[in-house]
Design a protein around this ligand. Sequence first.
Ligand code: HEC
Ligand code: HEC
Length: 323
Amino acid sequence: MMRFLRTVLQLILLLFVIGALAIIVVGTVMPLVPVPAVIVPATPDLASRGAYLFYHVSACVTCHSTRDQTLLSGPVVPGTEGGGGDAFNESAGVPGTIYGRNLTPAALLPWSDGEIARAITAGVGRHGNALFPLMPYQHYASATQKDVSALIAYLRSLKPIENVVPPRNLTFPMNLIVNLIPKAAHPEPVQPVVGTPEYGAYLVNLGACLHCHSIDHHGDIPPGMQFAGGRTFAIDGGTVRSSNLTSDKETGLGAWTKERFISAFAAFRQPTATIPVKPGEFNTPMPWSEYAGMTDTDLGAIFDYLHALPAVRNQVVKFSPTR
Ligand code: HEC
Ligand code: HEC
């Protein structure tokens, strides 16, 4: 009997030690993604492609600046571009609080090009820390090497903004789980031809449209619900839900023409698109004002790609006001 008890106790102790070791490894050693060997030439062509991605396709600027939520679609406050500081918490599905980091040279100057590339495409920070995947690095993982370099070239050219962003605070167990998510990037070897639906798919991925336009079930999209909309966003005045972007004729974009699609974005190109939103009224987290800067050709390619998606019937109520 005593022997049996001793064996049980030894087993419990062993499990405890293994558990403690696992927590130490996951908490301090993980994630293990090497810094890629990237050296970015500061050419104007590269930086201008980077600016296009930064403002209009990936709209990095929306999360890494201050947004003015008193205006429709929350455009970026001029002068804050890339300076970081906006907080994301439970209402954005984050267990804790994280902040868009400062990406201007005031913060990234000591980083190597490889370290920035690893953060963008593998979600690992300068000191080997894992980034919370609200930062859409899992999408950027398949960006071409050239586009990643373009982003870095542009970040290097941003006006430095001295803004010290607070450290993040993730609650247990996410503070450990987050370390298990990053993996090395898998860049597309060649960029699809501009104007084709394949290029549309490439842009949709870099725009991380899927993330907002699908319902979320504990971090996963239920099978068959990709792009079918319905993800909820809490805003001041109530709840906003993302639209169904699949080709369903009644509940999605199936009945839309390419012209209608492009004009929906183009409407935000006009200076008159600065539309004030009163408290309690509809506003949208979709960064229309930023996407509006995409060319008609690129928006058209996005439309062709979305229009070829299998139809999913899912009626979404866009806005439910609290009052
Ligand atoms: C949906 C919001 C969002 C978008 C879009 C986004 N980011 Fe981020 N990014 C974040 C957040 C939040 C963090 C901090 C994550 C954390 O602390 O765990 C971050 C972290 C980073 C970091 C690490 C900086 C540091 O100091 O550790 C880099 C570099 C970065 N982002 C670059 C980009 C680039 C380049 C793009 C566009 C291609 C982009 N981000 C788009 C939200 C976003
Ligand atoms: C931050 C979340 C977010 C991102 C990212 C996002 N959307 Fe949206 N989108 C929404 C929400 C919420 C709505 C519904 C409210 C509105 O109309 O603005 C919406 C509406 C739309 C509509 C209007 C459809 C209709 O029926 O009126 C289109 C088209 C659209 N999104 C396309 C896209 C594309 C293409 C991308 C990627 C380039 C994208 N969205 C990225 C949140 C997002």
